[in-house]
Design a protein around this ligand. Structure first.
Ligand code: ATP
Ligand code: MN
Ligand code: MN
Length: 360
């Protein structure tokens, strides 16, 4: 037991975008539990509850030392009654009973398996579960019609649920750069997502493509995708495009983008007993005009919670609207131009947080 006097109280900002969250997490026992409950809430379309657990998990990730007693948490923001109950359970019993029963539940297991298929979201998974489909075997024999993405997702299920390494991300980066150079000289490729934040593995590899001359990037995505697909006839790696190339109809994000599956040729040393010479990897490609590039880099670097918190900060504290295209100041009624992430943080009145410290 530690006494009151020995308890060092933490002082932590309530917005994740005001905190420096590196990859070294001193409370993974707690953040794993909270993240699982967040994931379960998201899988059940309980968004409010999901965000609450994500915020609590992010707060615990930002603490400088391991928490061993509830008294250390006094005065901390972002910890609701439910999250505190979970934390208490883990601190006292080593595990959270709610987490354990969630993990064991038939519904959670099925949602995990089914949404693990590329192109399958919580809504589709829920519909299938209601029709008695709980696993891939049952899905395969169900006669459900799958769209193109889902068919590929099912076909490459094991590959796509195997984490992507940094070496694989770099190899794909080189190929994307080559494709982009081949179709439009002077184009630039930037690695975004988790790998830009210094993660060693990821569920996909994210790239942002632009050209220094505004307007040149128009129509670039179909050309890049066509070049990558043309590699099919060689023994090189290539891309099997799924929902792209397309300009989505939604106003949410008007970039040209392509959420795709890449067939990455393995090096000799990685060739498996099955003699499969390639593996499937999820790759997200996004094209942005240079005028929006800084906003796009910031918006696609993540983490997802960090992005959400940046937008919340902008809206609630600054009367501004931030997206991965622009920053609008509602008070001055004008767009604020930026050519770097540093400038955007400055407009928002935030200390600059480098990508490696955005792992909220
Ligand atoms: P992982 O290693 O699991 O891939 P990640 O942080 O790279 O982790 P992603 O899902 O690839 O996670 O997302 C990367 C970034 O892209 C995040 O900042 C997220 O907000 C953004 N993003 C992802 N999907 C979309 C989308 N449909 N529209 C806009 N932004 C998105
Ligand atoms: Mn990613
Ligand atoms: Mn992604």
């Amino acid at each position: 037991q530690i006494s009151e006097a020995e308890v060092a109280l933490f002082s932590v900002s309530s917005y994740a975008c005001q905190r420096r969250t590196t990859l070294d997490n001193h409370n993974s026992n707690l953040t794993d539990a909270l993240s699982l409950l967040a994931e379960n809430a998201e899988l059940n379309n309980e968004d409010g509850r999901g965000v609450a657990f994500r915020r609590a998990a992010a707060l615990m990730k930002a603490l400088p030392t391991q928490v061993i007693s509830m008294s250390q948490l006094r005065g901390l923001p972002c910890l609701g009654e439910h999250s505190l109950r979970v934390i208490k359970d883990v601190l006292e019993n080593g595990v959270s009973s709610e987490v354990e029963s969630t993990k064991q539940s038939k519904r959670y297991k099925a949602l995990k398996i089914l949404t693990g298929i590329f192109g399958v979201g919580a809504k589709t998974a829920d519909r299938w579960i209601r029709e008695g489909i709980y696993n891939l075997e049952q899905l395969r024999h169900s006669g459900q019609t799958l769209n193109r993405a889902q068919k590929s997702g099912l076909e490459h299920y094991d590959d796509l649920n195997e984490p992507v390494t940094k070496a694989e991300a770099d190899a794909i980066g080189e190929i994307v750069q080559k494709a982009v150079d081949s179709v439009l000289t002077g184009s630039q490729v930037a690695l975004t997502g988790g790998f830009r934040r210094g993660k060693l593995t990821g569920h996909d590899v994210d790239f942002l493509i632009t050209h220094p001359e505004e307007g040149k990037e128009v129509g670039l995505m179909p050309k890049v995708v066509a070049w990558l697909e043309s590699q099919k006839t060689t023994r090189n790696s290539y891309l099997e495009s799924k929902d792209g190339p397309a300009r989505p109809a939604s106003n949410m994000d008007r970039f040209e983008r392509c959420f795709s599956i890449f067939k990455l040729t393995k090096g000799k040393e990685q060739e498996t007993a099955s003699h499969k010479i390639w593996r499937a990897v999820r790759v997200d490609l996004v094209v942005s005009p240079i005028s929006q590039f800084a906003f796009a880099v910031l918006g696609w670097t993540g983490s997802k919670l960090f992005e959400r918190e940046l937008r919340r900060w902008a809206g609630h504290e600054k009367n501004m609207s931030l997206s991965s295209h622009a920053l609008f100041d509602n008070t001055q009624n004008k767009y604020l131009r930026a050519t770097s992430e540093e400038e955007i943080f400055a407009y928002l009145g935030l200390e600059y947080i480098p990508p490696s410290e955005r792992n909220a």
